[in-house]
Structures are given as structure tokens and as C-alpha cells.
Design a protein around this ligand. Structure first.
Ligand code: PMP
Length: 408
């Protein structure tokens, strides 16, 4: 098969979606105004962004980014290993380590590159990685690159993980065994039962725990310190990784640990750190400024929680199946992919920007519209979105009664 033949069926499917007017991705946003955005001449309410605390437009945060440009310029000029390491990266590392309750941290250029580089260099083919089936793609890429044996367990199922763990420990007595989970799952908004996972360490003291807290950081726990703090298990989690591309209004990522040797090893062996350019200073300064705001204005987090509680109640009143959780990610469960595309398109035409999540981001046939809320959404935004979702859910007959009982 030629390369062209390989690509044709896919490209054809995308073209058809565009012709039918239901292709929803890569929409060119022309301007953002906090929780509102322009796409060409359309003005929409954004309910899909990960800018949970609405800090991307905060004047203090923007000012900090601009100031850093005069000291450091626009780009890093190389990887951190070589010429691109800036004093500001190290200030941020100390600050983040203290923030999540660990001794040290390493800053990367994206969260994806943390998972790829860190998991890829820490583990090898003697080792076993237990992963939640719904873990993010970057985690699985890190696992694959390590060549360790990957053992997925059903989503948030501690019993199943424990059984698989017992088997792994028996079969690989000399290898490293590590459990990797997200804190807040990016598509469902579910929170991992971290306290139950941490209890497995009592029986298996050599078990390592790795937490991807991309969506928990700045949102969960006291002061937004994340899901480990929320569950009271920070000291039992060996690695906490996070991204700056969500609540921290930037891009970039980090991994934190209490172990100096492991940090030093990762710093010199993570391929994505060594062979990729450093995070630009303006992004670093943005994150530092966001951490200041978080400390000064904890009420932002409370406001986000109040908004998401209100939306969950609103969805329930409409009759949608909503799982209990306190995260700002609230999926509208649609089912068939085609129906999700149509629903998202109609939301768009009615001034609401939210995207469908389909396989492989979610299991096949379980497409959702991933809605996510921000602490800067105003009451008029929430009222309008709930009214629009209600109208469209009626039209498309989307109700919890359409879902299997166990899911409703
Ligand atoms: N982990 C999770 C759970 C994520 O959702 C994402 C991004 N969506 C990443 C890692 C990658 O983070 P980044 O965007 O910083 O590359």
C-alpha cells in the first residue's frame, strides 16, 4: 500500500464530515475574551477550555509574562541541558516542589514530554506498569517507550488493580512495579481513589506510585494543591506530575519527587528534556504569577467549585446522567459518535463552544461532549448554556434514561 493509499480513506472521512457541516475540530479561534471567544464573526461562550481559573487574561499574569520578555527574550535558545536553562526555571522548580509538597521538581516544555520522558527513562523491560485504562495517551506513550510490561486495569477499579498487582509482584520479583493514574480524569472528570491506591503500599511496600495531576492542579485540594492533597496522601505518592496548560494559564509541565537521586537521574536521562528546547521565560513567569494569584485569591477556587456544583445540578434537572465529582469537567454523555458530532455542531450554531470527545479519547460508542467550566464564567453564561443544553437534549432525546442503569 502506498502512503497516499494509506491516508486516502481517512482524509475522505474528514472531507465528508466537513461537507456535512459536522466536523468540529481545529476551529480557528480569532480572539479570546476569557470565557468568551470569537471564531470569525461568531461570538461564543467557551465551555471546553482547561483554563479553569480563568487566569489566561488576568492582568497580573499577562504583565508578568511581558516583563520576563525584556530580561530573557522570546525563545530559550536551546534545551535546558545546554544553553536554555534559566534561573527562572529553577525558581519555578523550587516553588512547584513546595506547592505540591515534594522536595524537588523538574520543569519540562510540555506535560506530554514529562510523561514521555520520565516514564520512558525510569523504567525498563524488567518492570511492570499498572495503568488505569482511561489514563492519558501521553502516559501510555511513556510506558511504551520504556518497554516495560503494561498492565491496564479497569477505570478506578482498586480491586482489579490489587489483583493484577499481586500477580505482577509474583511474576517479576526483581523488577520495579509502578502504578500510574490520573488524579482527575481529563474526559470524565472522575477523581481517582488515591487513598485506596495508597493503601496498597501497606501490603506492597515496594510499589511505586505516579500521579498525573494535569487536571487536579490549581483545582483540587486546599489552595489548589492538587488531588494528592485533596485525598491526604501526598507523602505516599512518589511522583507527582502536572501541566501548566490547564489552571496555570501557560504551557509546560513538571515532575516532582522527594528523592534527590531519582531527580538527578531523570534530569540527565529524560530524552524529552535533553533533546528538546526549554520552556520560554514568558511561560515560566506566567506560572509563577498564577501561583501568586492562587495564594492571594483562594476564593477563585471556591467560585469554580460553586459554579461546577450549580452546573451539575442544572444538568441533573435537565435529566442528564452526571456522576458525582467536584471537578469542573462535566461530560454530557451522548453515546454514538455521529450523534455527538451533530450535538456539538448545534451547540456551536447556538453560541456555545464545546467539543465532542470520541474514541480513542473515550471508549468506542461512548462519545461525550466534554464541557468544562471556569471560575470567570458569569451567571448569564451558565444560564444561557443550561438553557441551550436543555433545548438540544430534548430535541435529540438525550436523557439519563437512555443510558444503562449502572451508568445513569
Ligand atoms: N496528562 C493529562 C491527563 C492531560 O490531559 C494532558 C493534556 N491534555 C497531558 C498530560 C499533556 O499535557 P500538555 O498539554 O502540557 O502537554
Amino acid at each position: 500500500m502506498t502512503l497516499k493509499e494509506r491516508c486516502y480513506p481517512f482524509a475522505h472521512m474528514i472531507r465528508t464530515g466537513k461537507e456535512e457541516g459536522i466536523y468540529p475540530y481545529f476551529r480557528p479561534v480569532t480572539r479570546t475574551w476569557g470565557p468568551e471567544v470569537d471564531v470569525g464573526d461568531r461570538h461564543l461562550i467557551m465551555v471546553g477550555s482547561n483554563d479553569y481559573l480563568g487566569l489566561t487574561h488576568d492582568p497580573r499574569v499577562r504583565e508578568a509574562a511581558i516583563r520576563s520578555l525584556s530580561s530573557y527574550g522570546t525563545g530559550p535558545g536551546g534545551s535546558r541541558f545546554l544553553c536554555g536553562n534559566m534561573a527562572l526555571h529553577e525558581v519555578l522548580e523550587d516553588r512547584l516542589a513546595a506547592f505540591v509538597g515534594k522536595k524537588r521538581a523538574i520543569v519540562h516544555t510540555t506535560g506530554f514530554s514529562v510523561n514521555l520522558g520520565a516514564i520512558g527513562c525510569l523504567l525498563n523491560s524488567d518492570d511492570v506498569i499498572l495503568c488505569d485504562r482511561e489514563d492519558h495517551y501521553s502516559i501510555f506513550e511513556g510506558c511504551r517507550s520504556s518497554r516495560a510490561k503494561i498492565v491496564p486495569f479497569p477505570h478506578n477499579d482498586v480491586e482489579a488493580a490489587s489483583r493484577k498487582l499481586a500477580h505482577a509482584v509474583q511474576k517479576h520479583p526483581d523488577g520495579v512495579v509502578i502504578l500510574i493514574t490520573e488524579g482527575v480524569f481529563s474526559m470524565s472528570g472522575d477523581v481517582a481513589p488515591l487513598a485506596d491506591f495508597a493503601r496498597l503500599k501497606k501490603k506492597y511496600p515496594n510499589l511505586w506510585m505516579y500521579l498525573d495531576d494535569a487536571h487536579g492542579l490549581g483545582v483540587m485540594g486546599p489552595g489548589g494543591k492538587g488531588t494528592a492533597a485533596h485525598c491526604g496522601v501526598t507523602s505516599q505518592i512518589d511522583f507527582i506530575m502536572g501541566t501548566f496548560s490547564k489552571a496555570l494559564a501557560s504551557i509546560g509541565g513538571f515532575i516532582a519527587s522527594d528523592d534527590d537521586d531519582i531527580i538527578e537521574y531523570m534530569k540527565h536521562n529524560s530524552k524529552t528534556l535533553i533533546f528538546s528546547a526549554a520552556l520560554p521565560a514568558s511561560n515560566v513567569a506566567t506560572v509563577l504569577a498564577c501561583l501568586d494569584v492562587l495564594e492571594e485569591e483562594p476564593e477563585r477556587i471556591q467560585r469554580l467549585r460553586d459554579i461546577t456544583r450549580q452546573v451539575r445540578e442544572g444538568y441533573r434537572r435537565i435529566g442528564l446522567a452526571v456522576r458525582e465529582s467536584e471537578t469542573p469537567i462535566i461530560p454530557i454523555r451522548i453515546g454514538p459518535e455521529e450523534k455527538a458530532y451533530v450535538f456539538a455542531q448545534e451547540l456551536f450554531e447556538n453560541g456555545v463552544f464545546a467539543l465532542p470527545a470520541v474514541f480513542p479519547a473515550v471508549p468506542k460508542g461512548q462519545a461525550v461532549i466534554r464541557t468544562a467550566y471556569m471560575s470567570t464564567h458569569e451567571q448569564r453564561h451558565i444560564d444561557y448554556v443550561l438553557e441551550t443544553v436543555d433545548r438540544l437534549a430534548r430535541k435529540h432525546r438525550i436523557r439519563s434514561v437512555d443510558l444503562p442503569e449502572s451508568e445513569a
